[in-house]
Design a binder for this molecule. Structure first.
Ligand SMILES: Cc1cc2nc3c(=O)[nH]c(=O)nc-3n(C[C@H](O)[C@H](O)[C@H](O)COP(=O)(O)OP(=O)(O)OC[C@H]3O[C@@H](n4cnc5c(N)ncnc54)[C@H](O)[C@@H]3O)c2cc1C
Length: 342
């Protein structure tokens, strides 16, 4: 029987990332529902350990201190490896936050184990198994491994978060981490976001709003209206809290520095050569719905599209509902309705 561990870092405010509670749910599937140990590192882990009350965590192994507050490879890898060693775990489940993703492979190497990333599902039937997608989400594979410890990096949004309650918090055991000078020589001096404007990618949003190249094309009056498009799209995102996705055609234009949708970058691109976000609902606007784009909608459960063209790709079985309409008018009306609701 494998000994299953949740491994996660804490956020700068001491809380647990939501993805850690999702990874905990996956860890409990692997333990057959039995309580699992958690290993947490960061500047401070006490609040996060308290928050795990009633979540089916048997104990918390913790490594904390100012030096572990910095999201830095050397100290994060040292802390994670020390915690896994101290736990004696054979299967380690971690959330695929950028901080964990950076160190997971190195931690597996330090422990003589193996790592699998982008895990979307786990099961315990006949021993632990992990599911992930290959070849741009076209092939689904189920993996088992003999090597231990086996680290599984679980993609955010693939599991419901484990429920917590105000039950008694798990006991906390401190683990000493040896941090040699090399582990500390990098210092994080700040954060540079690729998109200079506002934050438009919101993985936790209920709705994915996709903008296509049609927003910048000539409209029925014979002229393009990129400024109006920008106003309408940003207005909708602010009022609805939706996450912004894009077609490749639109982000390619933005990348060329044209005066179109300045807040858009390649990070917004959805599709074969872009992202495969997970949102319960998606609304596509001014986007044709070609296969290389729609393949990125694989995990969006309910799909709707607004397009002037009744013969666009969405009409061919790719959307649940296609509104044959002018997206400028539709989004203007939606924004008015959202404003009235406030
Ligand atoms: C190898 C490869 C990989 C690719 N990878 C990706 C990828 O990852 N992601 C991706 O998106 N694409 C990808 N593509 C490109 C993809 O095939 C399409 O070219 C692209 O998605 C088209 O973008 P679009 O629908 O925004 O633009 P267009 O095809 O120009 O469509 C614009 C749409 O807007 C509609 N429209 C215009 N005005 C309005 C209005 N007022 N109201 C409503 N509708 C309006 C038009 O009817 C039209 O359907 C890839 C292509 C290749 C060859």
């Amino acid at each position: 029987m494998d000994n299953v561990l949740l491994l996660a870092h804490t956020e700068p405010d001491g809380s647990l990332p939501r993805a850690a509670l999702e990874a905990l749910a996956a860890a409990k599937v692997l333990s057959g529902g039995a309580p699992v140990a958690a290993a947490l590192f960061g500047a401070s882990v006490d609040a996060a350990a308290l928050a795990l009350g009633g979540a089916g965590v048997s104990k918390v192994l913790s490594a904390q201190g100012d030096e572990l507050g910095q999201p830095r490879y050397g100290s994060d890898a040292a802390a994670a490896a020390a915690l896994v060693r101290a736990s004696g775990a054979t299967v380690v489940v971690a959330p695929a936050t950028s901080r964990m993703a950076r160190v997971a492979a190195g931690v597996a190497q330090r422990l003589g184990g193996r790592v699998d990333t982008h895990v979307t599902q786990v099961s315990a039937d006949g021993g632990p198994a992990a599911t992930r997608w290959y070849y741009r989400q076209r092939i689904e594979g189920r993996i088992r491994r003999k090597e231990r410890p086996w680290l599984l990096l679980v993609d955010p949004g693939a599991h419901p978060a484990a429920a917590t309650s105000d039950g008694p918090p798990p006991a906390v055991e401190r683990v000493a981490v040896d941090l040699p000078a090399e582990a500390l020589r990098t210092r994080v001096s700040g954060l540079k976001a690729p998109s200079s404007g506002e934050q438009t990618i919101r993985p936790d949003a209920k709705l994915l709003f996709v903008a296509g190249a049609g927003w910048t094309k000539k409209q029925p009056d014979g002229k393009p209206h990129p400024e109006r498009a920008e106003e309408l799209i940003l207005g909708f995102l602010r009022a609805s809290g939706a996450s912004l996705g894009s077609s490749k055609s639109l982000v390619d234009q933005a990348g060329e520095g044209q005066k179109v949708l300045a807040f858009m970058s390649h990070l917004n691109q959805v599709g074969q050569t872009g992202a495969t976000p997970r949102h319960p609902k998606g609304l596509s606007t001014c986007c044709h719905g070609e296969e290389p784009h729609v393949v990125g909608w694989r995990f969006v459960n309910q799909r709707r599209a607004v397009n002037l063209d009744p013969g666009c790709g969405w009409a061919r079985g790719k959307a649940d509902v296609l509104y044959v309409a002018d997206a400028f008018q539709v989004v203007e009306r939606l924004n008015a309705l959202l404003a009235a609701k406030k």
